[in-house]
Design a protein around this ligand. Sequence first.
Ligand code: GLN
Ligand code: ZN
Length: 762
Amino acid sequence: MTDIASLGYPRLGARRELKRALESYWSGKSGADELLATAKDLRLAHWKVQQAAGIDVIPSNDFSLYDHVLDAARMVGAIPQRYASLKNASDLDLYFAMARGTQRDGQTFAAMEMTKWFDTNYHYIVPEIENAQKFQLNSTKIIDEFIEAKEAGIRTRPVLLGPVSFLLLSKPVSADGVPLQELPNLLPVYAEVLEKLAQAGADWVQIDEPCLVLDLDQTQQAAYQEAYARLSATKRPRLMLTSYFAGLAENLNLAANLPVDGLHVDLVRAPQQLDDVLAQLPAEKILSLGVVDGRNVWRADLDAALAKVQKALSALGAERAQIAPSCSLMFSPHDVELETELDSDLRSWLSFARQKLDELNLLKRAAQDGVNSVAEEFSANRKALESRRNSPRVHNPETRQRLDAADDSMLHRQHDYQTRKAAQAQKLSLPPLPTTTIGSFPQTPEVRAKRAARKKGELTQEQYDEFLKSEITRTIQEQEKMGLDVLVHGEFERSDMVEYFGEKLTGIAFTQNGWVQSYGSRAVRPPIIFGDVTRPEAMTVRWSAYAQSLTKKAVKGMLTGPVTILEWSFVRDDQPRSETCRQLALAIRDEVIDLESAGIGVIQIDEPAFREGLPLQKARQADYLKWAIECFQLASSGVKDETQIHTHMCYAEFDQIMDAIERMDADVISIEASRSKMTLLDAFKQRQYSRDIGPGVYDIHSPNIPAQDEMETLIENAKQVVPIERLWVNPDCGLKTRKWDEVIPALTHMVNAAQAARKKLR
Ligand code: GLN
Ligand code: ZN
């Protein structure tokens, strides 16, 4: 018989119960007991949902109060030194201090760093590993939760982040450290955990080694050999070695032959690997087939999935195969049934975590008893897929025609950067070291209250628009008072930089409850791009033009770029992502041209997610960069020489994308730089980046108000690397999360710092 397995279930609860419980605990409104009770209820509820859906292999320890990598760090006792003096804190509070930082007895304990989990929008806490790090079993969460399930009558397969991925995802405490070198110290703790699980009655463990899909050097490959040889020498449960997010590629041979008992492969991201996997898998091992997409929202094509399953079954036999989602379902929203406001068409095309369990079940029954045993369900599935394929809402011939007709000339500005720079200098007549901001000004409780009131119908559109105008007026006046050179309207009409555009474009839908965890208690509701994208009318021109009417200074139009809209959405799977991105780019291009016609001479197209889209494997990166750059070019190139195009990216790793940034051909790029004290500009210098740069001098993630001389120093550092005639002065990112009484003094200091630096030029 073929089992169906779940690799992990969403943690926060269908109604984000965990979010509320966490935030109530953090604010002191409720106690640890209440939080832990909510967590326990959720675990049980999720086990029961999976059990009721007929899942044979149900995971435990997929739950986390904050993050599963932090759980692993705590499990092995990798508690950074700086928390040692966090005396009399409970285990729970120490855990949250690591996750979020804390203040105690006048002392500040900084949080551990957070970074993106592979190419998802989930963020994990980065473990910190010392040279000669001491590890010890420090938390029995994985064993406790296995027992908890067992006592509730549910046999589970605990999920454990594998030791090699754990170290590869960590960072060293000292500059010369290499976490992977600590593997020999770490393995005894893993062995102990596995032995304890075996004693508690676990017969299988899901050991996640997602780093197996990355490009691994010889040392890293050897680490895998060493780790699993060591773990196989213990009295342990059987191990299901789990890979996801890409194919095993060069590491297939390695992964297939490690001394474990099963291998899980992602056949959604990498369907083509099935033949090779079947050829290489040693005869005694079980293969877990990841055939239902754990990371997207579309109803599975059951016939196609079944074909893969049957191929595997005929090669391996029923006993040696499992049917599973491609990865944990934590990247899917909970339940389509909660989407009462989506029309029934669209709803019938979707499958969230809860529905994916049913899809697994149908696949099992079809594989076992033949498709006829589930004929009705398969036929409903085919019908839904066909309705999606043929829906006029998915296909817009006009968008297609325009893109077919788009040629290379649409990807290039009329002249090169030097020529444009001269034209722009004449038109804009800016001082050296021009000052600007990244777009948003504080989204105050008042702004949010008015938006909510408009949504509830308590304000008319007219009243709401008047309010937005008054906010814009105030923002323009403040910027003039502070003496900024290129002004913005403040983005008050936007709740979110992707949602705002998504709501104005066709082909994109929004959910009421489609939450997915971003980090800790934070969840986002990504838009769902289901059809061809069109822009029925201008989206931002009205607000930018209004702002421009209030001032003689240049107002910068603000847009979200096509790659970022794509990256932060659930994307249709019936055409290449590049094609969907091109459609978004065309819509943004139209907006850029309309802004120019309305008299906006500076236009910024934000691409903070540009780097995120980079595929995990080097072999695939060039292709991505090619189409992503072309999409940015398509969006931005429709304007005259004298119109200045800005872009913005806020992160610190530019090394891999420097050439791409050059080829995007924006006139100005603003980047996050203040925390790194401008050292990241070295990448720009080394690659001889030739266009204008605005390295951030104001860390907007902190409530601190930087002093003028601090910012002067940063400008001075930047001047060492970027020629003065190409240097801009701006914050790291938008000011949306800050307060007016922070941004006014901070930006005033910034403008004064720029003026002081200008004086030195004479
Ligand atoms: N223009 C956006 C803002 O200022 C940019 C935000 C971002 O980079 N994430 O809010
Ligand atoms: Zn930013």
